[in-house]
Design a protein around this ligand. Structure first.
Ligand code: ZN
Length: 311
């Protein structure tokens, strides 16, 4: 079968644009080194196709031309094991994930090349909206405030219909035209935590059905930390069912804003004041956004069915 292989100069350029290191952010191993023959060297890197070189291959895209398939934009430099990995699980290692890895690795390499060290934080490259609650089982009245009330997470619940979760939506947009922005993580910082206050329950459900990031968090005193990162991601398949997967950095559209839903999964009861944030990498800079306002949620004890008993 005819394969749209990369030309030698494309392979060479791909490897050098990341200083011969694997572009998987969890790997980053070097792929070139000395051979025992003093006049030679060893390569364990691969110029991998983002969309496959031939029909039926991983992430094959029939729409693009042969020329585009062979072009440098369709390549990413990986070590041999990461190249095998990304072709063995195409649902997890999508085109967007690989483009994100590539952008991140090249940006980091550029930064290392220019300054010789890892960059300082910079926050001006990306805009992150204030989070809004879009899905929650119930509200409650605490004093004169109306707050979302979140049950302790129910692991068996299908997250594609998450009206009993507490889901916060944020909108992320690149501020640098045409530059790929990589979201490295979503997280939340617990700004304050108190025991469950007196409250009165109200009902109101807003179910939606899209993919979302699952963010588990706990009382900071119990957890020993006040910052929590979403480790898992729900991917909604064709049948409409969600599968939970490990979070991978994702590249967002360089022009249009993108929407992300973060399911807040408390592990212990209390009144939480949270700040949701996005860790991003633009020009190899990791920026924690400061423009997000605080969110308050109440988490009742799981054994309390009738919250009116608090009144
Ligand atoms: Zn690797």
């Amino acid at each position: 079968m005819l394969r749209d292989n990369f030309a030698k100069d494309v392979i060479d350029t791909l490897s050098k644009r990341v200083a011969c290191r694997c572009s998987n952010p969890d790997c980053h191993r070097i792929t070139a080194g000395p051979n025992s023959d003093a006049g030679s060297w060893v390569n364990i890197g691969v110029a991998a196709h983002i969309t496959s070189a031939a029909p039926g291959g991983p992430r094959y895209d029939p729409i693009i031309t042969s020329e585009q398939r062979r072009a440098i934009h369709n390549g990413i430099w990986l070590c041999q094991s990461c190249a095998k990995l990304v072709d063995s699980d195409v649902d997890k290692y999508t085109v967007e994930v690989l483009q994100g890895w590539k952008a991140l690795a090249e940006a980091e390499t550029e930064q290392l090349l220019v300054s010789g060290r890892t960059p300082a934080p910079m926050g001006a490259a990306i805009a992150v909206s204030q989070p809004i609650f879009i899905g929650t089982l119930a509200f409650c009245i605490v004093g004169d405030r109306r707050l979302p009330m979140v049950p302790i997470d129910e692991p068996t619940l299908d997250p594609t219909f998450y009206c009993s979760g507490c889901v916060s939506r944020i909108i992320v947009q690149s501020l640098i035209p045409l530059q790929t922005v990589v979201i490295q993580a979503f997280g939340a910082q617990v700004r304050s935590f108190e025991p469950v206050p007196q409250y009165r329950q109200e009902y109101g459900a807003y179910p939606t059905a899209i993919s979302l990031y699952n963010l588990e968090f706990d009382d900071p005193q119990k957890a020993g930390a006040d910052r929590f990162i979403a480790q898992r991601y729900y991917s909604v398949k064709k049948e409409g069912r969600a599968t939970e997967e490990t979070f991978q950095p994702v590249a967002i559209d360089p022009i249009l804003p993108e929407t992300f839903d973060i399911r807040l999964s408390p592990k212990s009861p209390g009144l939480y004041v949270l700040r949701v944030f996005a860790l991003t990498s633009v020009g190899a800079c990791v920026a924690e956004q400061d423009i997000i306002n605080e969110l308050e949620i109440v988490v009742p004890p799981s054994n309390v069915y009738c919250p009116n008993s608090y009144l």
